[in-house]
Ligand binder design. Structure first.
Ligand SMILES: NC(=O)c1ccc[n+]([C@@H]2O[C@H](COP(=O)([O-])OP(=O)(O)OC[C@H]3O[C@@H](n4cnc5c(N)ncnc54)[C@H](OP(=O)(O)O)[C@@H]3O)[C@@H](O)[C@H]2O)c1
Length: 368
């Protein structure tokens, strides 16, 4: 029998016959994990006297609302692998993003429930109890039969699709395409602060903005509101000015003290403006894009999910389409929205950038 050091009190590797001895699901991977820990979780007995952990601690909500809806339970079922590309991960650290707070209040429920139902549109399964949390850093416990790149014991990080049950739990199920190996130079806590914001920024700047290592020479990028979840910034409030210089911004403007229109007027000619604030706060800046070029205004404050929540599917889609077209026409510039898409390939590159010191995690506050 071999022990995995990082969670040695909890799990021991054991040859198993037929099914996963951790959660009881069907999987043809071997060796398997057996619960041998001292933690007092509910457990069932199977195959003789082996104790199998079937329950875990998790923060759950049973209806949408404020913080009062969050319940810490120690009897949530450990999620099961249901697809051959699924991976069961022991979560060692997770973070709270803006989207978790908004999802707690019901944001995106219309579209996300449709995604959860999948092709079975008529199904009426409730999303509750719902576990929030997109980011995680942890250790692979079990893999589906088609998983090639990861094996039990690998240290991995990722950000899950918003339609999945979340990571504010001891275990989570992800898929091979959503994760990569964790950067080796930072802790699990630091790692859990990055995947969601980093892949959203990747989606905006690399996928939609078409920026790459080879084409950024002589280009100017303006980033609104980056001192929050979203990476590097050039406009922020006083508290974040030093931090943003230390992270490598060339110019940092303080929106609480400086006249932004005057300052941006002096710089002029941005190739890409990355907006994390929304039209009301950042819409004025499209005029600082480089004229007569392929310059782009890219916003991650996407109205689609709220429009679907407010107006239902056909009208929500229509409203979003009209919004996009009218904004582009009014500004005369290429206007796009970018959304977070789980992206294991991007995370693998981001992990190398972290290990090379090009991206630094900033952890503000820790909760046990
Ligand atoms: N499309 C997607 O997939 C996606 C993914 C991630 C996030 N988002 C959206 O992106 C938005 C931002 O997310 P976040 O996680 O960064 O939120 P956040 O943590 O609330 O951060 C927002 C930041 O913007 C700063 N700020 C506020 N007003 C500003 C202004 N006028 N100029 C410059 N900076 C200003 C705030 O700094 P101070 O507190 O110091 O004022 C704060 O640090 C949210 O609407 C979120 O829903 C979308």
């Amino acid at each position: 029998m071999k022990t995995i050091n990082t969670f040695k009190q909890l799990i021991r590797v054991k040859k198993s016959r037929g099914h996963c001895s951790l959660c009881g699901c069907l999987s043809n991977q071997s060796p398997k994990f057996e619960y041998v820990g001292k933690r007092k979780y509910s457990s069932e007995k199977k195959s003789g006297d082996i104790e199998i952990q079937t329950k875990m601690k998790a923060w759950q909500i049973y209806q949408y609302g404020g913080n009062e809806q969050l319940t810490l339970t120690s009897t949530a079922r450990i999620p099961k692998i249901t697809s051959p590309s699924d991976i069961l991960v022991k979560v060692l650290a997770a973070s709270v993003n803006n989207i978790d707070v908004r999802m707690r209040g019901g944001y995106g429920k219309m579209a996300l429930n449709a995604l959860r139902r999948g092709p079975n549109l008529m199904a009426n399964n409730s999303e509750f109890p719902l576990v929030l949390g997109r980011d995680f850093s942890g250790i692979v416990v079990e893999t589906g039969q088609n998983v090639k790149k990861f094996k039990p014991g690998d240290e991995v990080w990722g950000a899950l699709s918003a339609a999945r049950q979340g990571t504010h739990a001891e275990f989570t199920v992800t898929s091979e395409s959503e994760i990569s190996k964790k950067p080796s130079t930072i802790s699990h806590t630091e790692a859990a602060s990055l995947p969601y914001v980093a892949t959203t920024t990747w989606s905006a700047l690399c996928t939609i903005g078409q920026l790459s290592e080879s084409n950024t020479h002589n280009k100017r990028i303006l980033i609104h509101g980056g001192s929050g979840g979203i990476e590097v910034t050039a406009i922020c409030s006083t508290d974040a000015v030093d931090l943003l210089y230390s992270l490598g911004a060339d110019v940092v403007l303080d929106y609480t003290k400086q006249d932004l229109k005057e300052e941006l007027g002096k710089i002029k000619g941005f190739d890409v403006i990355y907006d994390t604030l929304g039209k009301r706060k950042a819409g004025y800046s499209y005029k600082y894009l480089r004229p007569w070029s392929s310059s782009k205004f890219i916003s991650i404050v996407h109205p689609l999910l709220s429009n679907l929540d407010e107006s239902g599917v056909p009208f929500g889609l229509l409203k979003t389409g009209v919004d996009a077209a009218s904004y582009g026409l009014r500004t005369g510039h290429h206007y796009s929205w970018a959304i977070f898409i789980p992206n294991g390939k991007a995370l693998s590159k981001i992990a190398s950038m972290v290990d090379n010191g090009q991206i630094k995690p900033v952890v503000d506050k820790l909760n046990d």
